[in-house]
Design a binder for this molecule. Structure first.
Ligand SMILES: [Zn+2]
Length: 373
């Protein structure tokens, strides 16, 4: 077994099995980040106004300029605040997975009320969603949040189609979400993978409301309907602590303590399942981002990491989760010991996507099947 090593610049370590260090002990995530920062001139704050003007112009033909996904967390709440101030006609979209925390529900409510926005709530049938989540638990894969993230993406596009908005804006951003090891997460939008895991490990519940993002759906949304997704927080100065202070002052918004703590399931997954079963502490990736974007120092991050990961009532969360899944603690513990499998152990869209990317390189006019830009 190789010995553990931590990057000298960020706090990523050998809990990412693919991490590579240079002679100075700096990891490949740090080097990739610097490269991304210098090679991506399009993330320029000056472009915010240009983008807003473009959205207003194209939006004229539609009831709304844009859909904004709102979870109640800092990123999306602050984005909503900035867009409203910029004068955009916003439709707020809240994805209700059935796992939202009280803080999240409260935050969405106060923001919508005070900003006087229209709200589109998307809810997947609980029996369906439970069946998919249980399939993921039984399958042994690491990324148990694929069903949530896949459905969120689907809900954003569904609301843009149903309510007619040409742009989707999300709170994803480079300053806090750029580093994430491939071994810790899956391709969230691979419908073939999701369905294969579901078929092999799921119940017989037929999926009727789950917004599955098939290649055909994605092709239609990206190329025919031409709905554009923009990671708008990248185009403005963004400091999470300052953003939270503004939100608290203006909207009686409440800070969410754990990153992605808007959902009981996600905090249990990130703060209990990942560290205990997979030896993964996602805070390392989050803090590394904050170090590289200059928000916290490495010492401050190490200090934070030395604190316990679970800030909420773990036993209570367990009770709520096992009860909703309809399983006992013993059954859950069994699931925590099933053979580990990777995304590649199931069917994926990867080969198809790679072939298409090669063809597209030769024929640049060809349509895209990915939102990444
Ligand atoms: Zn590093």
């Amino acid at each position: 077994m190789s010995k553990s090593q931590t990057c000298t610049r960020c706090v990523m370590d050998t809990s990412d099995p693919n991490i590579v260090f240079n002679d100075e002990g700096i990891c490949h995530h740090c080097l990739n980040y610097s490269k991304l920062r210098t090679e991506t001139p399009k993330y320029n704050y000056d472009q915010f106004d240009t983008l807003v003007a473009r959205m207003k112009k194209r939006g004229k033909k539609y009831p709304y300029d844009c859909v904004v996904g709102i979870s109640g967390g800092t990123d999306s709440s602050y984005l909503l605040h900035q867009l409203k101030n910029a004068g955009l006609r916003v439709l707020a979209m809240h994805y209700d997975s059935g796992w939202n925390t009280e803080e999240a529900v409260h935050n969405v409510k106060v923001l919508i009320q005070k900003m006087e926005l229209d709200l589109y709530t998307f809810k997947v049938d609980w029996e369906e969603f439970k069946a998919i989540q249980m399939a993921y638990l039984r399958s042994g894969v690491v990324d148990l949040d694929v069903p949530t993230d896949h459905a969120l993406h689907g809900a954003l596009y569904k609301s843009a189609v149903d309510k007619k908005a040409p742009f989707i804006l999300t709170g994803h951003n480079m300053s806090t979400e750029s580093i994430m090891p491939d071994t810790w997460v899956h391709d969230k939008l691979d419908s073939k993978n999701l369905m294969d895991i579901y078929k092999k490990h799921g119940d017989v519940v037929k999926l009727k409301t789950f917004p599955l993002q098939t290649l055909k759906t994605k092709f239609l949304n990206y190329n025919i309907r031409k709905i554009e997704m923009i990671f708008m927080l990248n185009y403005m100065p963004y400091n999470k602590a300052e953003a939270a202070a503004i939100l608290q002052k203006e909207y009686s918004w409440e800070p969410v303590r754990v990153k992605h703590g808007e959902s009981i399931w996600t905090r249990f997954y990130q703060c209990y399942i990942l560290p205990t079963r997979f030896g993964i502490d996602k805070r390392k990736a989050h803090f590394s981002n904050l170090i590289l974007s200059g928000v916290v120092t490495r010492d401050e991050a190490l200090q934070e990491l030395s604190k316990p990961i679970y800030l909420d009532d773990l036993e209570n969360d367990k009770k709520v989760i096992f009860n909703r899944f309809g399983i006992s603690e013993a059954e859950f513990n069994k699931l925590m010991n099933v053979t580990k499998r990777t995304q590649a152990d199931f069917k994926t869209e990867k080969a198809l996507k790679e072939t298409y990317a090669k063809i597209r390189k030769m024929l640049p006019g060809l349509l895209k099947v990915s939102t990444r830009h």
